[in-house]
Ligand binder design. Structure first.
Ligand code: 13P
Length: 253
């Protein structure tokens, strides 16, 4: 298994100058060379180039928040995997619940994007997670299994080490209601079990990370939870001090 991940999803926030400042602050305060984590910054598309210029040749890497499945053509408004590679991007978030819920992204679309991303040499971070209603109805295990199976349907064993699954319960995102140790453990076990069913022993190479109201105060218990190989951070990654504190506390776990 590779290093644990700390991924900063800036969502639709920050102008270029803010991104530049935040990236420089993170680089100044963190000494990535000594980190036991892989840190990925995921800015909005318009800020990717400026962030790339700052983190190029450092241990930080660049991710995108979405990608289309075709490589070029008449697809107004879309960005292709090759275009992302061209600006130095190596990771891509796929199937984030905000895209599934607000933009109507389907399991089928996520599946096509996963294949296209892998084919272009991008590493997909596939987001899965149940809503509160689904959890209260006892549907969480089935939702997670379905989302994982569908997204990875066209992936073969040679590619599994490039896949990351992010468990982000929808009810924990941006609410301050981060999941408990037990809730994370149960969900990650469920996901791990599904991955073993799909890829056998090779599933050991797939990192499963947790996201949902992660901050400097709860990072240590999140990362200490069994079967957690990193975290996907939203709000707390927009503030340099909070994000640095989170990284430092993660390292001191
Ligand atoms: P918050 O950390 O703001 O809850 O967001 C989590 C998330 O959606 C990261 O992708």
């Amino acid at each position: 298994m590779s290093k644990s991940l700390i991924i900063a999803n800036w969502k639709m926030n920050l102008l270029r100058s803010d991104s530049e400042l935040l990236t420089k602050s993170i680089l100044n305060m963190v000494n990535p060379g000594v980190l036991q984590f892989e840190i990925v910054l995921v800015p909005p598309f318009t800020n990717m180039e400026i962030v790339h210029r700052i983190i190029d040749h450092t241990d930080l890497s660049l991710g995108a928040q979405n990608v289309f499945w075709e490589d070029s053509g008449a697809y107004t408004g879309e960005i292709s995997p090759t275009m992302l590679r061209d600006i130095g991007c190596s990771w891509v978030l796929l199937g984030h619940s905000e895209r599934r819920q607000i933009l109507g992204e389907t399991d089928f679309e996520v599946r096509r994007k996963v294949s296209a991303a892998l084919a272009a040499g991008l590493k997909p971070i596939v987001c899965v997670g149940e809503t509160l209603l689904q959890r209260n109805k006892g549907m969480a295990p089935n939702v997670l299994r379905r989302q994982v199976e569908s997204a990875l349907q066209d992936v073969n064993n040679e590619n599994v080490q490039n896949i990351v699954i992010a468990y982000e319960p929808v009810w924990a995102i941006g609410t301050g209601n981060n999941a408990s140790v037990q809730e994370i453990e149960v969900a990650h076990d469920e996901i791990r079990d599904k991955l073993i069913g799909l890829f056998g022993k090779d599933a050991d190479n797939i990192r499963i990370i947790y996201g949902g109201s992660v901050n400097p105060d709860n990072i240590q218990y999140v990362l200490s939870t069994k079967n957690v190989n990193g975290t996907l951070v939203g709000g707390a990654s927009l503030d340099a001090d909070a994000f640095i504190q989170l990284i430092e506390k993660a390292g001191a776990k």
